[in-house]
Design a protein around this ligand. Structure first.
Ligand SMILES: NC(=O)c1ccc[n+]([C@@H]2O[C@H](COP(=O)([O-])OP(=O)(O)OC[C@H]3O[C@@H](n4cnc5c(N)ncnc54)[C@H](OP(=O)(O)O)[C@@H]3O)[C@@H](O)[C@H]2O)c1
Length: 276
């Protein structure tokens, strides 16, 4: 029985992934911001009468909260085999995290970065630790602008581009971490899950959602890919890779830029130093 932590596992890709792992008899910790939704997901997962499900509260919008959640996990578990950084959001409006960051970079990148770095010692206790990041093909439109991470420093807000920036940051984080972990028994890989029918499109106008829904795949598809990345022999020695459903695993030049990845990693460590 492996111990697997999935963020944002109360719905969408996270819930489908939790279901796949629970059905295989694993111990799944679902880390969610909304306790009522998390409890509902737990009840659903327990209907399979397999594996084990724990719930932990995690709000990626609040760095102090992320730190406290990570510390609770470090206290309560003796090892972590798989971390799936799944939780994410999209918003067309310029919004702010509790710490004053633009919300998409804060929730999609800074919070997961902090959680991962805090949990790394626990993942290193696993015989084969796996860190899996939900990035997106949208990273190709992204740019890294740490000087605009704070919401009050954003010059011209565009919700789609800001989401793309956060997904590029996810991919660069995965790469920088993979480099750091090279030669160890822990790997870091990222994926584009395809266009997936989930609640992430909740902010879209109804007619737009109806159109794109025609091309969306069910969350069970990326859940299978995440399981392969975590446990298949094909992925055993892959580190710093990027997989994609529906589209070729194309990585933009920025996403392949090792210097940019290292730079962003160092800048983020400095930015989050008080929580690490
Ligand atoms: N769906 C797609 O087509 C697609 C394509 C490319 C990449 N992705 C990526 O796949 C991942 C999963 O997306 P999804 O499609 O399954 O979306 P979803 O159905 O909207 O699920 C997102 C999950 O993230 C959680 N979350 C949002 N803000 C949070 C916060 N501040 N703290 C903790 N959890 C938070 C949500 O919690 P609540 O339920 O409480 O809101 C939910 O559990 C995301 O990283 C997304 O960027 C999705």
């Amino acid at each position: 029985m492996k111990t697997i932590l999935i963020t944002g596992a109360n719905t969408g890709i996270g819930l489908a992934t939790a279901q796949t792992f629970v059905q295989d008899g694993h111990h799944v910790i679902i880390a969610c911001r909304n306790p009522a939704k998390a409890e509902q997901a737990k009840q659903h997962l327990e209907t399979f009468n397999a594996g084990k499900v724990d719930v932990i509260k995690l709000d990626l919008n609040n760095l102090q909260q992320v730190k406290e959640t990570a510390e609770k996990i470090l206290q309560n578990y003796s090892r972590l085999d798989v971390l799936v950084n799944n939780a994410g959001m999209m918003t067309p409006e310029l919004e702010t995290t509790v710490d004053g960051f633009e919300k998409q970079i804060g929730v999609n990148y800074l919070g997961p970065f902090l959680l991962t770095m805090k949990l790394l010692p626990l993942i290193q206790k696993s015989e084969q630790g796996r860190i899996i990041h939900l990035a997106s093909m949208m990273h190709a439109m992204g740019r890294i602008q740490p000087e605009q991470f704070k919401a009050d420093q954003v010059k011209k807000y565009n919700g789609v581009l800001s989401y793309a920036n956060s997904k590029l940051a996810n991919l660069l984080f995965s790469n920088a971490l993979a480099k750091q972990l090279q030669g160890t028994h822990v790997t870091s890989n990222a994926l584009h899950p395809g266009g997936v029918d989930s609640e992430i499109y909740r902010e879209l106008p109804e007619w737009q959602y109806r159109v794109i829904k025609l091309f969306l795949i069910p969350p069970a598809k990326p859940a299978e890919l995440i399981k392969r990345i975590a446990f298949s022999t094909e992925w055993k020695n892959k580190n710093g890779q990027y997989a994609s459903l529906q589209t070729p695993a194309f990585r933009s030049a920025k996403a392949k830029d090792a210097r940019l990845a290292d730079q962003l990693h160092q800048q983020t460590l400095t930015l989050l130093a008080q929580y690490l």
